[in-house]
Ligand binder design. Structure first.
Ligand code: GDP
Ligand code: IMO
Ligand code: MG
Length: 437
């Protein structure tokens, strides 16, 4: 069976910790989109792991696959694998030969384009990892794939075609001086060596075939989404989005297993109990007061990848209803309940007011979304409690007001609560249902 873990908001909902939570019963954990723009945190026995490419399941010793829908920076991947080895783990990571490779020029172009867009307020506040430019080349059929790194002649041909175009773009359109990042010979040597290491370590696979065998053998497959529904390139707040499909459909196209395989499994929406945002663009329920400060400090809301302070807002129900439909959530996991403890009165954006109309889901243009005024619903807060005791006693031991908050979310989304996070650690979770069992 399959379980797909999907961010229901703007990323950083705590997907990594839920993958880790349920990962024990998984035989393989697969990333299906995105690249090292992701930062997934797993806390095992007080030890923290921050993973940007290696699937979170490897912390439990599971096979990790980067599917064809991912974009892979080999440099980041190898340094992450090496760092995990130094910490005593033996990550078994397989790479789809169809996945696209991030090259140094993609990162340079990501930075330049963001700078240029700033003047028009169009910059997405990207992670600067070259994600957008790599997906652009994929769609433009000029990308370099993992499989190409394994064949030096193909690699050279591809580089000779694409690099002069990138150099011309950087120099003639954007007016910057280019260096080794745009040099065919230097890139060829560097990326050929990455290909050799991939071969030596027998890392590359035909992901669809590889995963198909797991599926045919009745094994448990976990799909680890990165980013979140509202920064999905199709369903998110375009243009302030990432360049892939974090939504559940991406688990099929990004791995080579059919949509039926994904759809017959469980799709678990990961919900942060409030909103956090690292990038730019509108945010109707954004907070600018001392409550935002409190949540930012209590929740440690500073970007995993970039260290930037995250923007904070109240929970946005139209955003969650949109996510529940786009992904078909069979259940939800709500994280960071502990962070809200100690706030007297909580608010939730129940619906939006736009041009005299009440909306219950997100409008499809970001300009209209930016003009939405949230209709706020109030909830009484709950005090700080001994969460380890609550975990021991189970769901009913959650403070009444917090349970009312969770029940409201679950009812509105018509999806049961599978788990509640009350701290970053693996044990700091109240588990109601394990979809993998
Ligand atoms: P991801 O990108 O969705 O995997 O999430 P991140 O790892 O980027 O961000 C989530 C942050 O919140 C990490 O620092 C986690 O360790 C932490 N975290 C996750 N769940 C909880 C929770 O229930 N309570 C608290 N206090 N922290 C949590
Ligand atoms: P995880 O998997 C939060 C945001 C960036 C920017 C936009 C585009 O940890 O939840 P990109 O570098 O992808 O081209 O940036 O998307 N973004 C994320 N925000 N969590 C993430 O990943 C993100 N990955 C990208 O801040 O607004
Ligand atoms: Mg993250």
């Amino acid at each position: 069976m399959t379980v797909t873990i999907v961010g229901s908001q703007l990323g950083d909902e705590g997907k990594g910790r839920v993958v880790d939570l349920y990962g024990d019963a998984a035989d393989v954990v697969v990333r299906y989109q995105g690249g090292d723009n992701a930062g997934h945190t797993v806390v095992e026995d007080g030890t923290e792991y921050k993973l940007s490419l290696v699937p979170s399941g490897v912390i439990r010793g599971k096979v990790g696959v980067l599917g064809n829908g991912c974009v892979v920076n080999p440099e980041t991947l190898f340094s992450e694998i090496d760092a995990l080895r130094e910490r005593g783990l033996e990550p078994d990571v397989r790479l789809a030969r169809r996945a696209h490779v991030i090259l140094p020029y993609h990162r340079v172009l990501d930075g330049i384009e963001e700078d240029v867009k700033k003047d028009d307020d169009l910059a997405a506040g990207t992670t600067g990892r070259g994600i957008g430019p790599t997906y652009e080349d994929k769609a433009g059929r000029r990308g370099i794939r993992v499989g190409d790194l394994l064949d030096p002649d193909v690699l050279r041909d591809r580089l000779e075609y694409v690099v002069p175009q990138k150099r011309a773009l950087a120099e003639d359109v954007f007016g910057i001086e280019t260096g080794e990042e745009f040099d065919v010979d230097a890139l060829y040597e560097q990326y050929k060596a990455f290909g050799e290491r991939m071969k030596d370590e027998d890392m590359t696979v035909n992901a669809g075939d590889f995963l198909g065998k797991y599926n045919d053998g009745g094994k448990n497959i976990m799909f680890e989404g990165a980013q979140g529904t509202s920064i999905d390139i199709d369903h998110g707040i375009y243009p302030y989005v990432t360049s892939s499909n974090p939504t559940a459909g991406g688990a099929a196209t990004g791995t080579g297993l059919g949509p039926g395989v994904v759809g017959q499994g469980e799709v678990v929406g990961i919900v942060k109990a409030y909103l956090s945002r690292v990038g730019t663009g509108p945010l109707p329920t954004e907070l600018h007061d001392e409550t935002a400060e409190y949540i930012r400090e209590e929740g440690g809301e500073f970007g995993t990848v970039t260290g930037r302070p995250r923007r904070i807002g109240w929970l946005d129900m139209p955003m969650l209803r949109h996510a529940a439909r786009a992904n078909g959530f069979t259940g939800i996991a709500v994280n960071h309940l502990d962070v809200l403890a100690g706030i007297d009165e909580l608010k939730v954006g129940h619906s939006y007011e736009l041009d005299g109309e009440e909306l219950f889901t997100m409008p499809s243009t970001t300009e209209r979304w930016g003009r939405c005024e949230p209709n706020l619903k109030s909830f009484e807060g709950w005090p700080e409690v001994d969460w380890s005791e609550v975990v021991e006693q189970g769901y009913d031991a959650i403070p009444d007001n917090a349970r009312a908050y969770l029940d409201y979310i679950s009812d509105e989304l018509d999806a049961p609560v599978y788990a509640v996070g009350v701290g970053p650690g693996r044990e700091e979770t109240i588990v109601l249902t394990n979809p993998m069992e």
